[in-house]
Design a protein around this ligand. Structure first.
Ligand SMILES: Nc1ncnc2c1ncn2[C@@H]1O[C@H](COP(=O)(O)OP(=O)(O)OP(=O)(O)O)[C@@H](O)[C@H]1O
Ligand SMILES: [Mg+2]
Length: 222
């Protein structure tokens, strides 16, 4: 079953002199269970593509289907709910809430959704990420790698159909990067979690099932 079908998507920012074609007629499909790496030079449109898949931006033209449903036809509210329930997003700079502790940050989307907290699941995720002994720490009391684990925990907690990660190791040293990538890899293998990651690191990209190369807003098939 394909999760995403991106059909002839273009994204143009600005007008006249300031016009930037960030995406130029991109088409691709993402199947359940895949671990995909998106690579490409700075400014090639990688983040723009991810934002469009997350429903944070609308394409200028073209269509994007999530489980067959055209995202262009979804309201802002529907897209917000989609992100809250089905799409886990991980950023380079973790995006944790500074005055919430580890456990509270992981539970944030669940609380927003007024869902009952699955304590067993929370425990398993903390264990999986090896951050059980940091439960009550605030983000500024954690290393970068640990903060990124919390962001992964928050994404996993909603049981997303897909995790979209924009340079999740971009701010980490080699050791922490490896740890984060191994966790994502394990989530993919053991939990069958579908994952797309953007990375500038070719070693990391090589661990993916499939590499999508973007250049000047186009997919480069070579
Ligand atoms: N909101 C915006 N308004 C105007 N131009 C934008 C906007 N967002 C992105 N762009 C432009 O679109 C192009 C693609 O940007 P994007 O952030 O997708 O690149 P990227 O591949 O993620 O780069 P990096 O590897 O540096 O993160 C760039 O030229 C950028 O300046
Ligand atoms: Mg980017």
């Amino acid at each position: 079953m394909n999760i995403f079908k991106v059909e002839n998507v273009s994204k143009v920012f600005g007008k006249g002199e300031a016009k930037v074609v960030a995406l130029d007629n991109i088409s691709l499909e993402i199947e359940e269970g895949e671990f995909i790496a998106i690579i490409g030079p700075s400014g090639s449109g990688k983040s723009t593509l991810l934002h469009i898949m997350a429903g944070l931006e609308k394409p200028t033209s073209g269509d994007i289907y999530f489980y067959g449903k055209n995202m262009n036809e979804m309201s802002k509210k529907e897209l917000t709910i989609l992100r809250r329930e089905k799409i886990g997003i991980i950023y380079q700079f973790y995006n944790l809430i500074p005055n919430l502790n580890v456990e509270e940050n992981i539970l944030l989307p669940i609380e927003f959704d007024r869902q009952k907290v699955d304590k067993e699941k929370l425990k398993n995720i903390m264990k999986f990420l090896n951050i059980e002994n940091r439960k009550t720490h605030l983000p500024n009391e954690l290393s970068g790698g640990q903060q990124q684990k919390v962001a992964i925990g928050r994404a996993l907690m909603i049981n997303p159909k897909i995790i979209l990660a924009d340079e999740p190791t971009g701010n980490l040293d080699t050791k922490s990067s490896n740890e984060i990538i191994n966790l994502l890899k394990e989530a993919n293998k053991k939990l069958k979690q579908t994952i797309i990651i953007i990375t500038h690191n070719l070693e990391i990209a090589k661990l993916a099932d499939r590499i999508i190369k973007i250049e000047d807003g186009k997919i480069n098939l070579n």
